[in-house]
Design a binder for this molecule. Sequence first.
Ligand code: CA
Length: 223
Amino acid sequence: MIRILIVEDERAISDLVKLNLSKVGYQCICAYDGLEAADLLEEQNFDLIILDVMLPKINGYELMEYIRPLQIPVIFLTAKATLDDRMKGLTSGAEDYMVKPFEVVELLARVNIVLRRYHKSESQLRFGDIVVDVENQTVTKAGSEVELTPKELELLVFLMRNRNITLFREKIYEEIWGTEYSVESRTLDLHVQRLRKKLNMGDALKTVFKVGYRLEDTHEVSL
Ligand code: CA
């Protein structure tokens, strides 16, 4: 299981990040100041660190000095939006930089990209008895292979990587088809229908009325 350290002193943001990363299947540990983070880094292994810049005791840039030798990828999370701060974040060795307030889906996408870059992303995604082999682009359901079109597969992977999160139609459409969503378009709905049918997903792939779709695990995620 991928382990993520969240270093953020604002409880509401820390909780939000933890909740959403947990929903999609990452194990999250929180530190609320720089010193606590440094202690955790000495004792435990992590695959990725989400790091706030302005932190009590040891700030994010200072903490980077501890992290760099450990070669754990870092995504900075900060309210500072100026170009100077962006440059400082990236030149200090961070992989990416997110400015608060941010969209959860955007954060998940960046986490995913960074994990893949470090070859830490799981090559198999599971949802119930559905298994997607991301590298070989194959899908099985209860052990039998299911034929999906490339777009159906992309859509399935996107839904699985953002499981338990309500995804706006527009967001899904832009992500998979790379163009702006138009309300008349039935493409997305047709693909969803076909996924439901081919993989017998039933209620797991939920339509969120007037909003979009959500792939739902049956078990609850707790903080
Ligand atoms: Ca802060």
